[in-house]
Ligand binder design. Structure first.
Ligand code: NAP
Length: 253
């Protein structure tokens, strides 16, 4: 296993769930971590406390705001001097079933979802890419979803945002490859985090678990494992790849 000693990793939405597990996985391999969070400074502090090694820190910023993304990136560069790995993990999953949402709620859900899950990631990629070009390369890993392929009947903006994220990541893999900046994607199915807790504990929980022949959903650590793998130098030729992590709950060829 490659170590990440001396590497600087920025993870958006690192206060909980997949982002926290990813921070822990990189720190266990020697990296220094900056996590971003939106509002929960206590959870963010708990993530930092849980990390092996030293020099980690948390920064509050709303990734759906373009100015905040620029400031966040500059703050991390100011502290670390470089960003070797960017993990775009922050995302929201807002219900807005088409036949049960009023028009205003429908529009708001689309705006909020796309502002964070797609445009926010695009802006994060923009600023990190400028620095990665100067420093001679880097890895960007974007956290997408099985929903991009399988459909999200009650969360259509989410499915669209993740499908857009996949397409954008592949475009950026082509644009940035000549600069040794590698862009790849993980596409998890259901994962046991705060985002899905209510659904998984509700009447659909068993049905969802049984979508996988393993009869369970993923742990955040299993998704983190895929993210760290894609950030290894040996994974450079995986640029443009979308790695399914869904326990064979949805197979595509
Ligand atoms: P989660 O437990 O709900 O945690 C979300 C994280 O994102 C938190 O750290 C939160 O910060 C942060 N965040 C939310 N809005 C933000 C914003 N505007 N700016 C900055 N940070 C923001 O989520 P998760 O389940 O770990 O999901 C992480 C990623 O995996 C998402 O992109 C999601 O779409 C994707 N995914 C999840 C699943 C699943 O089943 N859980 C499946 C497929 C894909 P605060 O704590 O401060 O609010």
């Amino acid at each position: 296993m490659e170590d990440f000693n001396g590497k600087k990793v920025l993870i958006t939405g690192g206060s909980r769930g997949i982002g926290r597990a990813t921070a822990q996985a990189f720190a266990a391999r020697g990296a220094q971590i900056a996590i971003n969070f939106r509002s929960d400074s206590i959870a963010a502090g708990e993530t930092i406390e849980s990390l092996e090694g030293e020099g980690h820190f948390a920064i509050k910023a709303d990734i759906s705001r373009a100015n905040a993304v620029e400031k966040l990136t500059e703050a991390v560069i100011g502290e670390f001097g470089q960003i070797d790995v960017l993990v775009n993990n922050a995302g929201i999953y807002l219900p807005h079933p088409i036949l049960d949402s009023d028009y205003q709620a429908w529009q708001q859900a689309w705006k909020d979802t796309l502002d964070l899950n797609l445009t926010g990631v695009a802006n994060m990629c923009y600023w990190s890419a400028q620095h990665m070009k100067e420093q001679g390369g880097g890895h960007i890993i974007n956290v997408s979803s099985r929903g991009a392929f399988r459909g999200e009947p009650d969360h259509p903006a989410y499915g669209a945002s993740k499908a857009g994220l996949n397409a954008m990541s592949q475009s950026l893999a082509k644009a940035l490859g000549p600069h040794k900046i590698y862009v790849s994607v993980v596409a998890p199915g259901f994962v046991a985090t705060d985002m899905t807790q209510t659904i998984l504990e509700g009447p659909d929980g068993e049905f969802i678990r049984n979508q996988s022949p393993l009869q369970r959903v993923a742990t955040p650590e299993e998704v983190a494992h895929g993210i760290v793998f894609l950030a290894e130098q040996h994974s450079a030729f995986m640029t443009g790849a979308i790695l399914d992590i869904n326990g064979a709950s949805y197979l595509r060829t």
